[in-house]
Design a protein around this ligand. Structure first.
Ligand code: AMP
Length: 280
């Protein structure tokens, strides 16, 4: 990988290297990151690695989809220059005695419900960035806390890479694309549209002047609970950079974030909301 990337850089004119880290099962959300990378970089690398370290003991590691030939075809069709599909052995073969823990940003939201998840993400992203050494790396706003963790990690450790956040790609009915949507039954798939609807309801209320987090969260939780059987992990309003909860919204921007289990399938979504000047 290093040789290939060095080859791209040594060309005249030197090519900017962009990395899109993924766990495969590529969909239009991943392809939008690839398109963003292609528009800004002369050499686009996609990594495909289902990182066991970021899955909890009772999570979906074994059933996680791995349609590798379809993924390679999608990479080819989208003009990806290099696919890095390392084995477990290549990434963790020699063991790893080092932890990468981004403390504050990892703690709330998914961090609270998936202990160890962001340490697993931070470790593998550090490894991938060090292996590929891209100029830019592309991540989806769909995983807003992951993006915040990685921005903080790269800043704190002075890593020479620019982190680019890309907008969430959605189905026509608002459901954010996710490899995990494939787990949903037909009924759950319909019910899952409540995630985005609950985020839009929060946004509408904020635009209408509401600033009380607890009231906004309560209304969104009611909407989700009324959609049918499901288990809510969290509905929260947080600071978009630090991920810390906000009890009262101030002028600026706020991240509304939700995580809900529908049957066996846990889905997350979020929306960045502009909070205007409070005239009340
Ligand atoms: P994953 O394969 O789920 O680890 O995702 C790889 C990258 O694709 C991450 O940076 C995700 O945030 C991003 N991604 C996943 N789903 C979407 C989506 N619907 N829209 C935009 N980016 C996404």
């Amino acid at each position: 990988m290093r040789e290939q990337v060095a080859g791209a850089r040594s060309r005249e004119p030197a090519r900017t290297v962009g990395l899109v880290p993924t766990m495969g099962a590529l969909h239009a959300g991943h392809l939008s990151l690839i398109d963003a990378a292609r528009s800004e970089c002369g050499c686009v690398v996609v990594s495909i690695f289902v990182n066991a370290a970021q899955f909890g003991p009772h999570e979906d590691l074994d059933q996680y989809p791995r349609p590798i030939s379809a993924d390679l075809e999608k990479c080819r069709a989208s003009g990806v220059d290099l696919v890095f599909q390392p084995s477990e052995e290549v990434v963790y073969g020699s063991g790893c005695d080092t932890t990468v823990q981004v403390n504050t940003v990892s703690a709330p939201l998914c961090g609270r419900h998936r202990p160890g998840h962001f340490a697993g993400v931070a470790l593998v992203v550090t490894k991938l960035l060090n292996i590929v050494q891209p100029d830019r790396a592309y991540f989806g706003q769909k995983d807003a806390q992951q993006l915040a963790v990685i921005r903080r990690l790269v800043g704190d450790l002075n890593m020479p890479v620019q982190i680019i956040g890309c907008p969430t790609v959605r189905e026509l009915d608002g459901l954010a694309l996710s490899s995990r949507n494939a787990y949903l039954s037909e009924h759950e798939r319909e019910q899952a549209t409540v995630l985005y609807r609950s985020l839009l309801a929060i946004q509408d209320a904020v635009e209408g002047g509401s600033r009380d987090s607890a009231a906004l969260v309560r209304a969104a939780r009611n909407l989700i609970e009324q959609s049918g059987p499901c288990e809510i992990d969290y509905v929260e309003l947080v600071d978009p950079k630090s991920m810390q909860p906000l009890s009262r919204l101030e002028e600026g921007s706020v991240l509304a974030a939700v995580a809900v289990h529908f049957g066996e399938c846990r889905l997350i979504d979020n929306l960045l909301i502009d909070v205007g000047h409070d005239r009340g």
